[in-house]
Ligand binder design. Structure first.
Ligand code: SF4
Length: 560
């Protein structure tokens, strides 16, 4: 029997939509969307309290376990002993351990010493002493059992902390400058805006079903330390022509696959308008965001298609119902390093002391030690940074030397080498189910080796390690970005390694850097590779030239 002829109009049917609610696509077009429609992620909290924490891990509905738990910062961690070659092959239930990573959101990176101690106690009592500071200012705990979660929430919430919407398709932690309110040079303190958005909208069902995650940064810091260029929405401190401080709004930045820098809307936002502009941008994302394909669901794809002009017009006409005035672009950042490591003056005559743990790895005991050091020196405030670092605020001039000595004695470096200061690593295979390679230990070894081999190197140089193609550690904007993958070594064996990405940057000359064809290293050879390329840079660099600038003009042979 012959096949019936295809209808003539087959090639003329309407293009499929992107699943935008605003265009009438309310029926879920994939499993994630279906799960969100079946039950709001925020509803899982009560089931955790009433059922799962009482009946144990095996009682958890799989749709909650691998879906809605994220709305409260809970992910199952990777079962130990599964190598990276199996990541893409195994079913989720084969990769799941019976323990959880729990992400505590720290909006603006702002912690009191009391809050820090609560996290430290939770770490020691319920998380086997684990505590990692992330590059979005959160603290992540591991080895958490479902039975402990209600008690952990009780303790966190008693001091004003939470895990609500720390993960999931939600408005994640709002990043802010760790020095907000104390920095002598800041354009504006973004803390009230961060608090207002947190209080009004985090945990609000109006924004708990977004197409994908939604990342916010709000800062008036002149070093531009919150990497506003790669957030879904960012408010950057500026002063308008009338001398009024306010914010310049950026939308659509993000890394991972298809990295894009955010675009300026060119609008000036007064401090009291920030929360409604934020809600407008988040609302556009909720209503017009692409829900059909998960890998096109971030707001950057919508912004990329619409452009800044249309985005602003929809924001003003459909959401704000008023026009925003035009405003200036932010000033260029004040220097090459955006972190706040070291000892620096505050505007009140005290000092802040920023320090570098190793690639964000801390512990319950170390968090207590930091709290002790702060308190003994008269401080009640600490901060997390977006570079996996921490800062103690409010140190009187005559106490600075003592704080520095105590932090250094705890291997929390106030005057770190470039390599300790500027190397970041994501969670990697130790706990992450998507990972292909180990990252934290590899980064730690790399730091030790580079400090030994290149003791006099003092130029800025960011080295970011990721355990997979996602970009949790921002590889595309690092001087040396390392993307975890399996590679073949000289003996022909498949081993852990990295694809190398060079010369990415944010700031004055933002760039996603340069990929050199086939440039890879095994984890074992990584220190040799970095040493080689850094020595070439030192030999060839012109006066004042940065690593990223050198990479752009260097011969390929010198980058290998
Ligand atoms: Fe996991 Fe990949 Fe993110 Fe690293 S970059 S934490 S391996 S998802």
């Amino acid at each position: 029997m012959s096949t019936p002829a295809r209808p003539a109009n087959r090639h003329h049917k309407r293009p499929r939509g992107e699943g935008q609610w605003a265009l009438g696509y309310r029926e879920p077009l994939n499993k994630n969307e279906e799960n969100k429609k079946n039950d709001d992620g925020l509803n899982v909290r009560q089931r955790i309290i009433d059922i799962y924490s009482k009946r144990g891990f095996d009682s958890i509905d799989p749709a909650d376990l691998r879906g809605r738990f994220r709305w409260y910062g809970l992910y199952t961690q990777r079962k130990p002993g599964i190598d990276g070659g199996k990541t893409a092959i195994l079913e989720p239930e084969e990769l799941d351990d019976r323990y959880f990573m729990l992400r505590v959101r720290i909006d603006g990176g702002q912690l009191s010493v009391e809050q820090l101690r609560v996290i430290a106690d939770i770490s020691n009592e319920f998380a086997r002493g684990t505590a990692d500071v992330t590059d979005r200012q959160n603290i992540q705990l591991h080895w958490v059992e479902i039975e402990s979660v209600p008690e952990i929430w009780r303790r966190l919430e008693a001091v004003g902390l939470s895990t609500t919407e720390a993960c999931g398709d939600t408005p994640r932690v709002i990043m802010g400058c760790p020095l907000a309110g104390i920095d002598a040079d800041e354009v504006i303190d973004g803390t009230p805006q961060i608090r207002e958005i947190y209080d009004r909208y985090i945990g609000d069902k109006a924004f708990s079903n977004l197409p994908r995650k939604f990342k916010t940064a709000i800062s008036g810091c002149t070093a531009h330390c919150t990497v506003h260029e790669i957030n879904d929405v960012a408010f950057v401190g500026v002063v308008n022509e009338q001398g009024e401080p306010g914010f310049d709004v950026w939308v659509g930045g993000g890394l991972s696959t298809n990295p894009m820098f955010g675009q300026r809307l060119g609008a000036f936002v007064r401090p009291e308008q920030v929360h409604e502009v934020w809600a407008g941008v988040c609302g556009i994302f909720r209503d017009y965001g692409y829900r059909r394909l998960r890998h096109r669901a971030r707001i950057k794809f919508l912004v990329g298609d619409w452009g800044a002009e249309k985005f602003r017009q929809v924001l003003e006409t459909e959401y704000l119902k008023y026009a925003l005035p035009d405003g200036p672009a932010p000033q260029a950042p004040r220097d090459g390093r955006r972190d706040h490591v070291g000892v620096h003056p505050q505007r009140d005559g005290n000092f802040y002391v920023g320090f570098a743990p190793r690639v964000g790895r801390l512990s319950g005991d170390l968090l207590h030690r930091i709290a002790d050091i702060a308190e003994r020196h008269g401080s009640s405030r600490v901060r997390t940074t977006v570079e996996q670092k921490m800062v103690i605020l409010d140190i009187a001039p005559d106490r600075v030397e003592s704080v520095v000595a105590e932090l250094e004695a705890a291997d929390l470096r106030v005057h770190p080498s470039t390599f300790r200061r500027q190397t970041m690593a994501c969670t990697g295979i130790e706990y992450c189910k998507i990972a292909i390679v180990e990252t934290k230990a590899a980064a730690s070894t790399l730091i030790d080796e580079l400090e030994r081999r290149l003791p006099d190197f003092t130029e800025p140089l960011t080295i970011n390690l990721n355990g997979c193609p996602n970009s949790c550690a921002r590889i595309q904007v690092a001087d040396i970005g390392l993307k975890g993958q399996l590679v073949v070594n000289d003996e022909g064996e498949q081993v852990e390694g990295f694809q190398i990405h060079l010369g990415g940057s944010v700031g004055l000359n933002p760039s996603f850097g340069r990929k050199v064809r086939g440039l890879k290293t095994t984890t074992e050879d990584l220190p040799d590779y970095v040493e080689r390329v850094v020595r070439n840079f030192e030999k060839q660099k012109n006066e004042g030239e940065t690593f990223a600038e050198w990479v752009r003009r260097a011969d390929e042979a010198d980058l290998k």
